[in-house]
Design a binder for this molecule. Sequence first.
Ligand code: G1P
Length: 267
Amino acid sequence: MVRKAIIPAAGYGTRSLPITKAVPKEMFPIGLKPAIHYIVEEAVQSGIEQLLIIISNSKHAILDYFDHSMELETFLKNKNKHHLLQHLELPKIDIFFMKQYYAKGLGDAIRLGKQFVGNEPFGVLLPDDFVISDGTPALQQLIDIYQDTHSSVLGLKKVEEDQLQNYGVIRGDAHTDLIQIEGIVEKPKENPPSDLAVIGRYIFTPQIFQHLEQLMEGVDGELQLTDAIKGLIEYESVYGKIISGDRYDIGKLEEYIELIKIMGEKS
Ligand code: G1P
C-alpha cells in the first residue's frame, strides 16, 4: 500500500516572474481552482491518505487555501448564501505542512519528509507537472507498478532532444513502457543517455532517504533528487514507467495557457 505522498512546493518559481513575487506558481488559477488543488485531487484519486506539502516563507497562500475559513463560512450562512458553501469544500485527505527554510534543492525538500514517511513506500508529486490522464491518474499508474515490483518507480515521458537538458534523463532498455533504470543524469548539457525524461511523479521505497542524507551539491549547486536516485540504483531495482496522458509544465507560459484552455473546455 502506498498511503503517503509529498508535494514539494517551496521553489521560488523564477521561470514565472514577476507574478511569482507575490503569487506562488502552485496557486496559478486553472478555472477557479489553483493548480495545486488538482495535484492534491490526483493524490486522493490514487488512494493517498496523508500528504505532506513542503512550503517556504513566501508560500502561505497554499496553507491558507487548504485551511477552513470559519469567518467566510459564517459570513455566507448569515447572508443566506448556503449554496456557495460547496465551493469551500476541501479535498478529503489529511494534509501536513513543513517549511524548507533555504532553497537548497528538490533533494533537500524531499529529505525533510523523512519523519512523515517513516518506513513506508511513498509518492512524490511535483506541482509544476500537470498530467491530464486518459483514465488512470498519473500517480496511480506508478502505484500499480509498485504493487507488482515493490520497487521505486519514476514517471517518464519522451521529450524533444533540445529539451532534454531541462530534465532528469534516464538510461535503460526501453522496449515497453516499463523500463528498468540503469542510470540517470540531471539536466545533461550534452550526450543525453536517452530521450526519456523524468516528469514529476515518483514512488520511492524508504531506502531513498539513506541516499538523500548523503547528498552533496550537484547541478546548479543544489541537492538533487536525481543524485539520490543514482545512489539507490546501486542497491536496488528502480523502474521507469512512461506515463500515459498529456503533460503540461505550468512554469512554461505557453503550456500553462494551453492547459487553462483545455481544462476550460472540459468543464
Ligand atoms: C526537477 C527534477 C528533474 C525532473 C523535473 C521534472 O527539475 O530535478 O529531474 O526531470 O523536475 O519536472 P526542476 O524542473 O525542478 O528543475
